[in-house]
Ligand binder design. Structure first.
Ligand SMILES: NC(=O)c1ccc[n+]([C@@H]2O[C@H](COP(=O)([O-])OP(=O)(O)OC[C@H]3O[C@@H](n4cnc5c(N)ncnc54)[C@H](OP(=O)(O)O)[C@@H]3O)[C@@H](O)[C@H]2O)c1
Length: 376
């Protein structure tokens, strides 16, 4: 997106991850590389830059563009231990816009989820709220923080369910940090963007990350899951998500302070459509009538087939993963994206438009290996 903000300094957090890597790659491709700063977990700026470059390669950034980045653009920092914040505050006060992608994005019982996603993120945002220069703090939330038992399609709302009602600690933490920043940091120019389910990349497929794609692979390999084939799922590719995040960050004025980044009604696909596209990409017949919709308690009956259908994997982990992800898939949520589209952001593509690229880039990567990335 073009803007008059070329000389502004943009700070990216989470640039060594999936969404942050894609945002970085897109800003670099737009010629903004020299204007970027990156908050990275590292012992030194050089090590931080190395970690960043390793990820940018996966996101298709050229060697030349990556080598043009300098150690001075790295701020070493960890949200788990924020004792570095006072030391780096002078540099943080030079920042015009923040895209905050850093988080522990895991459905597991990781004890760092709350300290990082809530406490550390809040400490960072509190420092940024004191900046006189900061024009926008774009925080990446998750659409799933609305909790279960909502009527779909879901509209953006600052009302959150109780933490104990959330399906996992991760979504509870993402809701709590949004609530705290908006209630307790009136000086923060906060805009929250909540992506729905981010899977693959339109041209790179799962090269940078197979996050969540393994669930589809598993469901079709097992020919069973807890969703009906006619139900829809709200999936977007990471490069579309990045485009929308950048748009929301750079646009001089916005109508709202909270946005879904989602497929919505027009671009969500049914599982039957995904089955057909997946089969075509694999040169196979769709699962179609062989597919069995089962209850979550029946998932364990599939365990005997895990090895033959999905390859070597720890059956307990697979079962746990299937149970957790079925909890979200069964919500059957579509997230309304009209606010985003009304801001002039492009319409999202459909998952089936680029699913073949995800299949090709996953060949040679086992389902179990892809799954591990989501259980940090
Ligand atoms: N992926 C999705 O489907 C999806 C959907 C909706 C919302 N989101 C949101 O998008 C954001 C990014 O998710 P993702 O999928 O890109 O996750 P990811 O690939 O796991 O990346 C997470 C990023 O956060 C950084 N990070 C983790 N712990 C940190 C800490 N203690 N201090 C500083 N940085 C830390 C990681 O750095 P290291 O490399 O050092 O670990 C990495 O750069 C999250 O806020 C997530 O809630 C994701």
């Amino acid at each position: 997106m073009t803007s008059n903000t070329t000389l502004e300094r943009i700070l990216l957090t989470g640039a060594t991850g999936f969404l942050g890597g894609s945002v970085s790659a897109q800003l670099i491709a737009e010629g903004q590389g020299a204007n970027l700063s990156f908050l990275v977990r590292a012992e030194s700026r050089e090590q931080g830059l190395q970690r960043l470059r390793d990820n940018l390669r996966q996101h298709g950034v050229s060697e030349a563009a990556s080598l043009a980045l300098e150690p001075a653009q790295i701020i070493c920092g960890d949200f788990l231990d924020t004792t570095w914040l006072p030391r780096e505050t002078p540099r943080l006060m030079q920042i015009d816009r923040v895209i905050n992608c850093a988080a522990v994005a895991s459905f597991s019982k990781n004890p760092t989820i709350w300290p990082v996603n809530v406490e550390g993120t809040f400490a960072f945002a509190e420092v940024m709220s004191r900046s006189k220069r900061l024009k926008r703090f774009l925080h990446v939330g998750t659409a799933m923080c609305c909790g279960p038992q909502q009527a779909s399609p879901i509209s953006e709302s600052w009302v959150f369910p109780e933490a104990r009602e959330q399906l996992v600690d991760y979504t509870a933490s993402k809701a709590e940090i949004e609530r705290r920043m908006s209630a307790e940091l009136p000086g923060l120019p906060l805009v929250v963007a909540r992506p729905s389910i981010v899977v693959g990349h339109r041209t790179l497929g799962c090269q940078a990350s197979g996050s969540i794609f393994w669930v589809f692979r598993m469901g079709f390999a097992l020919e069973s899951f807890t969703c009906g084939l006619e139900e829809q799922i709200d999936v977007i590719p990471v490069d579309y998500c990045a485009e929308a995040l950048i748009g929301l960050t750079l646009k001089p004025t916005l109508e709202h302070d909270l946005y879904h980044i989602s497929a919505g009604h027009q671009a969500a696909c049914t599982f039957a459509e995904i089955d057909a596209a997946f089969a075509q990409a694999n040169g196979a017949a769709p699962v179609g009538e062989r597919y069995r919709k089962i209850g979550v308690d029946d998932l364990k009956q599939l365990a005997g087939d895990f090895e033959s259908r999905i390859g070597p994997a720890n059956p307990r982990l697979v079962l746990r993963a299937l149970r957790l992800y079925s909890g979200f898939a069964d919500l059957n949520y579509l997230f309304d994206n009209s606010r985003l589209i009304n801001e002039g952001i492009a319409m999202p593509p459909r998952f089936t438009d680029y699913l073949d690229v995800c299949v090709q880039s996953s060949s040679g990567v086992s389902i179990a290996t892809q799954m591990q990335a989501d259980f940090k």
